[in-house]
Design a protein around this ligand. Structure first.
Ligand code: NAI
Ligand code: 15L
Length: 266
């Protein structure tokens, strides 16, 4: 690729991934509403609010691929989610449509199925059960990707990311943990395959405890290598929550118990 755009580049995943993906394009265009660390040799920075349609149109111009991490990543008041995730994702897809439909990785979330109990095993064809307004915005993003695929041929990898952090820190994350190197290897395959279409991919490592089945995307040629098991002893040494605690009851954990926030101070 000549130019790969990473939105949300100042965030946790953006900072983790930008160096891992540096080899994938001649130029990595980094964007965020927040300040981004200084660009490296093959990087360029374009600050942008995803809710600003004109700015997003300029942002996407000249890009051959998009890793869309940008937006609100936790439960928040509806207006905040509306701007960052719903208007923002719509603006991104409209800009992609205007600029030759560059392939998109949409950072969806495990929280689109958060209200399934932890003993349910799911495939991507199971109905969504979002656990928060945040998750509802990810359902919107997945539906938008489907619409633009069927109407305009826009290709998107919908990645329902589990928990992509340095290590799992609670029992739930033994099942949801996604190692950064496994994610980087997945992103390489998403942009390498000749035909992508619209796969729904569970973004999770090869954990012993597993709720989500990725058999349907074997054709992608991606196999996660890491596992949360090497952290199991440390996690299981922490106190066991009560059986009705949302963190051990629902796949979405604590998101299931979040209120509907009316403002940020609640
Ligand atoms: P993060 O919150 O650290 O990063 C998101 C970035 O988006 C931030 O730097 C923020 O400034 C930016 N942003 C927010 N609103 C914006 C706007 N209106 N315009 C432009 N930029 C805006 O989140 P993280 O952990 O890096 O996640 C990245 C993406 O992956 C998010 O979309 C999140 O929902 C998704 N995800 C992440 C998971 C994880 O385990 N880290 C799990 C599931 C989904
Ligand atoms: C998400 O969707 C969030 O963006 C991230 O911060 C984590 O909470 C993750 O899910 C998770 O479920 O661990």
């Amino acid at each position: 690729m000549k130019r790969l755009l990473i939105t949300g580049a100042a965030g946790g995943l953006g900072r983790t991934m930008r160096h891992r993906l540096a080899h994938m394009a001649e130029i990595i265009r980094l964007s965020d509403i927040a300040e981004i660390d200084a660009p490296g040799p093959n990087e360029e920075v374009m600050r942008c609010d995803l809710a600003d349609a004109d700015a997003v149109m300029r942002l996407v111009e000249g890009c051959d691929g998009i890793v869309h991490f940008g937006g609100v990543s936790l439960e928040s008041p509806f207006q905040t989610i509306l701007n960052g995730n719903i208007v923002g994702t719509y603006n991104l897809y409209e800009a992609a449509r205007a600029h030759g439909c560059p392939r998109i990785l949409f950072a969806s979330s495990n929280h689109v199925v958060g209200f399934y109990p932890q003993d349910r095993h799911l495939t991507a064809t199971d109905p969504m059960k979002p656990d928060s307004l945040y998750a509802v915005s990810k359902c919107f993003g997945e539906a938008l990707a489907s619409l633009y695929h069927d109407k305009f041929g826009q290709e998107t990898a919908i990645v329902r990311i589990g928990s992509c952090f340095e290590k799992p820190t609670n029992r739930r994350m033994l099942a949801t943990w996604f190692a950064a190197d496994d994610f980087a290897a997945l992103i390489e395959r998403i942009f390498a395959v000749p035909r992508l279409g619209l796969p729904i991919i569970w973004g999770v490592s090869e954990n012993a405890q597993m709720w989500w089945n990725n058999d349907a995307i074997g054709w992608l040629g991606w196999q996660p290598k890491d596992s949360s098991d090497r952290f199991r002893d440390a996690v299981e040494a922490t106190p066991m929550p009560a059986p009705d605690d949302p963190t051990v009851r629902w796949q979405g954990g604590g998101f299931c118990a979040e209120p509907i926030y009316k403002d940020k101070t609640e």
